[in-house]
Design a protein around this ligand. Structure first.
Ligand code: ZN
Length: 254
């Protein structure tokens, strides 16, 4: 067990829970160490000085001691901000928690994956916080994060013959798009409509940092959600607690 003291890193508070009487375990997605759990002492004591930097959905620059295994420790935070809208809105909260849950399942404590993905997760949460449609931002992240789980669907052309001509359908068995000629190969293809396929293609190549606006019809939103739920259930098969909550919430909403 090695404790690396005086480490500076970017972080996003992803979850927290009470620990013992006055302490707290705070999970932070860091850009250098992946997801680490920090033991924060004396949270409920008067005069506790780290309160503002460990609020849910806080993000910014932190200083702390990182433990290779086991709990890490926080010293201070600098330039700490909070995704305010996400913090205040239970719906946005659920989407953000799900994105962080996916990131945690795929990245864990892998430093190089953390470095690669931190900016993108931060950008997704920033866009949701700024009022971009949370279900669409979540779908974009779902498509792009498939690679974290070893799923690399071919979305450029037919995965059998490389034909780039529409129409396409999506086949889990063939790992991506099928052109019309090859539809008979897979009776279990997802039978997606052209618009849904178009957005899956767009999302896989989209740079969130350059997203200015995006409008998707309600019907297509539903189809995208169904398609990605199917792909995640069948091909990824991980359990993200926030997903269940998100599903229940959407049932109430619609
Ligand atoms: Zn083909």
């Amino acid at each position: 067990m090695v404790l690396h003291q005086g480490q500076e890193f970017l972080g996003i508070v992803s979850s927290r829970r009470d620990y013992k009487e006055r302490d707290m375990l705070v999970k932070i997605f860091t850009d250098r160490f992946g997801f680490k759990t920090f033991y924060v002492r004396g949270v409920k004591k008067r005069g506790f000085r780290l309160g503002a930097i460990i609020l849910p959905f806080s993000h910014g620059r932190y200083l702390g001691s990182i433990n290779d295994q086991g709990l890490s420790y926080l010293n201070l935070g600098k330039e700490i901000d909070q995704y305010q809208q996400i913090f205040q809105d239970i719906f946005l909260n659920a989407y953000a928690s799900y994105i962080l849950g996916l990131a945690e399942a795929g990245i864990k404590e892998d430093s190089s994956l953390a470095a690669k993905w931190f900016g993108q997760v931060d950008q997704a949460l920033t866009l949701i916080d700024q009022g971009f449609e949370p279900s669409i931002i979540t779908n974009i992240m779902e498509v792009q994060m498939l690679t974290l789980f070893g799923v690399r669907p071919e979305l450029r052309y037919c995965s059998v013959c490389q034909n780039p001509q529409r129409p396409f359908d999506y086949s889990e068995n063939y790992g991506g798009l099928l052109c019309q000629k090859h539809w008979p190969l897979d009776p279990y293809r997802l039978h997606l409509d052209a618009r849904t396929i178009y957005y899956l293609q767009l999302f896989s190549a989209l740079d969130l940092k350059r997203l200015n606006s995006i409008k998707v019809k309600d019907e297509t939103k539903q189809h995208l959600k169904q398609a990605l739920d199917t792909i995640y259930n069948d091909q990824v098969g991980i359990y993200i607690p926030a997903k269940k909550f998100l599903q229940e919430m959407n049932e109430i909403k619609f």
